[in-house]
Design a binder for this molecule. Structure first.
Ligand code: NAD
Length: 432
């Protein structure tokens, strides 16, 4: 099939590359000329394990190409995926203008039957707006569909190639059949397509993210309570997770969720409910707990230094919102850095992949360490923000020997308190 993917970010590029990998001809479109130029040279604009190989192989075999020319991409495709951003608007709603701009462009260039698919995470009713926008410009036959993406940054290619489910929101059996056929190479062992109405499809993405975010905020509240009553959240989590009805995933307390999806999607869902005169109380609290989680953690640091943080030297391990990605959107590390700088601390940072993004924000207000041990050199405290695997079993004796005072604030509960205390560290974690 000939496919266009409009918007070549995390989702669009993975989608395009993986569909090319199953034998389709895919053209990825973006308005960012520098990004398209880089992709043509084989440079992937972000860090995503395994993606470079898939992109280079398919470009090499002539099935994947990149362009800023939306017109020719639209004219030459039978399925068009819209995968542009839907960032948070000022009122908390999702900004769907990028999606509707693409719809307008499709309306201007559509030349024969096509299926136009919203892959971006969009509020209920958006795919209908896409349909109405195209219809207001052109009377060529087309179908719209909703196909929200469930990939996780850091495991995006794997998730796309082996999906747990493929959600297809359609209005006509024809669109459902064509899209199911397109996805069939990724569902060979089991049919994982769930065909629903467009509105159910759109809502299912938000509801899924909100449920996952709820588990995290729930455990963060349990962790706060553990600290107050002298319980250990790791033990509580083990017990909870052993119940099959609860399950073990997404029960880790920490600095709160971040990234380009959960924060904005929870708020967008609350906003959708508000627009329909309904108050989504749980989701509002999930967002609130997530915000206070970061400030609770900062309070621990402040208390340790008796609020005398000025000129204290602090190292931070981990900047991306989670491991295996360079995405720093809404990363808790940014909040902590801002707070530490406000209080006059001297901050050094390390991250395996995202230091360049953090440098764009903080410039020379931070020290950027070449290795994670450099970050600890002559520091009064070390803060762990992201659970990259290389931070899990460091040489604590070495760290202790190079820090001014061996103190660790562990925002991801990576370490064993008694082991660290035996080595002379002061250790602060979450809920233990
Ligand atoms: P992104 O910001 O990485 O990429 C969006 C791209 O769209 C950018 O390259 C931008 O230049 C391009 N763009 C904007 N307007 C355009 C236009 N008119 N024509 C062509 N290109 C245009 O975004 P992302 O992280 O890939 O997310 C895209 C959508 O997928 C969002 O709705 C997001 O919520 C959703 N989503 C993201 C993830 C994730 O892990 N990142 C997972 C599932 C769903």
């Amino acid at each position: 099939m000939n496919i266009a993917v409009v918007g070549t970010g995390y989702v669009g590029l993975v989608t395009g590359a993986c569909f090319a990998g199953s034998g389709n001809n895919v053209i990825c479109v973006d308005i960012d000329e520098a990004k398209i130029e880089a992709l043509r040279k084989g440079v992937i604009p972000f860090f995503e394990p395994g993606l470079e190989d898939v992109v280079q192989t398919n470009v090499g075999e002539g099935r994947l190409s990149f362009t800023t020319d939306a017109k020719s991409a639209i004219e030459n495709s039978s399925i068009i995926f819209i995968a542009v951003g839907t960032p948070q608007a000022e009122n908390g709603a999702a900004d769907i203008n990028y999606v509707l701009n693409v719809a307008k462009t499709i309306g201007e260039h559509i030349n024969n039957y096509k299926i136009v698919v919203t892959k971006s995470t969009v509020p209920v009713g958006t795919t209908e707006k896409v349909r109405d926008t195209i219809r207001s410009i052109s009377d060529v036959e087309f179908d719209v569909a909703s196909n929200p993406e469930f990939l996780k940054e850091g495991a995006a290619v794997e998730d796309f190639l082996k999906p747990e489910r493929v959600v297809l929101g359609v209005e006509t059996p024809k669109a459902g059949e064509i899209l199911k056929e397109l996805y069939s190479p990724f569902m060979r062992s089991q049919d994982r397509a769930i065909i629903v109405s467009i509105r159910s499809s759109e809502l299912s993405k938000y509801a899924s993210n909100a449920m996952l975010a709820t588990r995290i905020s729930f455990m963060n509240e349990v962790a706060q309570l553990c600290e107050l009553v002298g319980a250990d959240v790791s033990d509580v989590r083990s017990v909870m997770g052993s119940d099959k009805r609860i399950g073990r995933h997404f029960l880790y307390p920490g600095l709160g969720y971040g990234g380009s999806c959960f924060p904005k999607d929870v708020r967008a869902l609350v906003n959708t409910a508000k627009e329909n005169s309904y108050d989504l109380k749980i989701c509002s609290s999930v967002d609130e707990v997530n915000n206070t989680q970061k400030s609770h953690f900062f309070d621990k640091i402040k208390d340790y230094f008796n609020d005398e943080i000025k000129d204290k030297k602090v190292g931070i391990w981990g900047l991306s919102f989670k491991p295996n990605t360079d995405d720093i959107r809404e990363a808790p590390s940014l909040y902590l850095i801002e707070k530490l700088l406000e209080k006059g601390a001297v901050v050094a940072v390390h991250d395996p992949s995202s230091m360049h993004h953090v440098k764009e924000i903080f410039g020379d207000r931070l020290e950027y360490s070449n290795t994670n041990y450099d970050t600890c050199n002559e520091k009064d405290a070390l803060i762990v923000c992201t659970e990259w695997s290389e931070y899990r079993q460091p040489d604590f004796n070495h760290i202790s020997s190079i820090m001014n005072s061996p103190v660790i604030f562990d925002g991801r509960n990576l370490y064993n308190r008694s082991m660290l205390e035996k080595l002379g560290f002061e250790y602060f974690a979450i809920g233990i």
